[in-house]
Design a binder for this molecule. Sequence first.
Ligand code: ADP
Ligand code: MG
Length: 477
Amino acid sequence: MTTQTAQSTEKIWSLAKNIYLSTLQDESERNHAELYFGMISGVEIFPEECRISTTTAFAADFLRENYSERLKSSLNLAGVDANLALNFVVDTTAKRELHLTPSSTVPSQVPAPSLHKEIPSAPTVKSAQMISTLPLEENYTFESFVEGQSNSWALAAARGVSKYPGQKNYNPLFIHGGTGLGKTHLMQAIGNEIRRNNPQTNICYITAETFLNEFVNALQNKEKEAFRLRYRSADVLLVDDIQFLQRGTQCQEEFFNTFNDLTTRHKQIVMTSDVAPKKLPSLEQRLISRFEGGMVQEIEAPGYETRLAILQKKAELLDHSVPLHVLQFLAEHIKSHVRAIEGALAKVHIAISSNPTIQLTTEALSTLLKDVIENESKLRKLTIREIQEVVAKKFSVTLAQILSNDRTQTFVTARQMAMYISRKYTPMSVKQIGKEFDKQHPTIVHGWKTIARRLDVESDLRETLTEILNDLGISNN
Ligand code: ADP
Ligand code: MG
């Protein structure tokens, strides 16, 4: 075995790990995966198997049960043949070393698609058409997605795409919105639905981070051509979290070419992002124009009714029933995003499972969910409009009066209070706030400074502020 080949395995493994981690949604999942990856003592690639050694039997079992599918896809994306078996073994000598047998090298051919249990794969696709893809979650479907005002346009567009993939009006489809609001769910629902209707379709689901990692790898291994071909054989290309593309200029160019090639041939492209195309500051203008040339839809944070409907749907899947008043409590208190709602429901479900007779009063729920609720106030993204509306209500004035130039004292105080809260409790710049109030920069600065000064000396105003912040669901610190 030469150092060169051992280095290749090390490279493949490190890329596969990065790809794997880039598919995980939140910090704690990543930390968890990193912890288990730390228990891997060696990776060997033989002609017929990829063998992963761990330091303990527990780690081998855990990795096999929980990580196999995704690891296999990630290894595949990193260049390992998808037909290799993935085996986990315990290595008691536990030397942290990476091996590569001389007979197995990084394939320069287009790799075969990943194996995934979750959705039916396309059995008769010719190898020339085969592409890399991350697995789709089988339960991310349209049926399990709850429609609400906050997502109805994005949902309609997603359904349209799944019915008529490649159609001009919906190509590309660009879905944007804050974290945990269902973008990945909708995107994968498109993939699942198209595959259900036509299992022959080449569907490629990938995160932009993975695309970038793969691109860098292809450049290093001088396999740009294979990389290029790989994505151009997709019938439907789903690129999640496109904002990560901003990290590489060369990669943007490659994506631009792939994009043009696919759309000219009426292949469907769907992308998600945390912000609208024009708010991606480091993305090339020509890409932004292309993205805006199709259909752009936003998913917003769901309102109370939708949150409750989502909770009811998720609760139906649990083995212990959760009382309606508990779901209502959750819908009322967890507003930031759906992932947080799911987390809170899981906590309640554990409490009910371990003690089915538990009395979940408001006090009990507040204690049980203290962390989640505290997190909420930190996490929640307030909109300026929301602030204006709550302030208007508290001062018994109208939204129009807040937005007007009327100098009546109550209107002025309410207006300036809304400016102060916008400045202090949202990450928006004075310029952005000015736009929302239709006022010039100095007016906003004067407004919030006036309130800041008054708060030092007027206890009534301090009390009003605390009440408004409570209504907005944020704590006063
Ligand atoms: P994003 O990609 O926008 O960060 P995800 O698609 O990962 O968000 O959604 C986070 C979680 O919330 C997922 O488990 C998803 O199933 C769930 N979810 C989000 N919106 C809805 C909805 N409208 N109906 C049902 N589940 C939803
Ligand atoms: Mg996502």
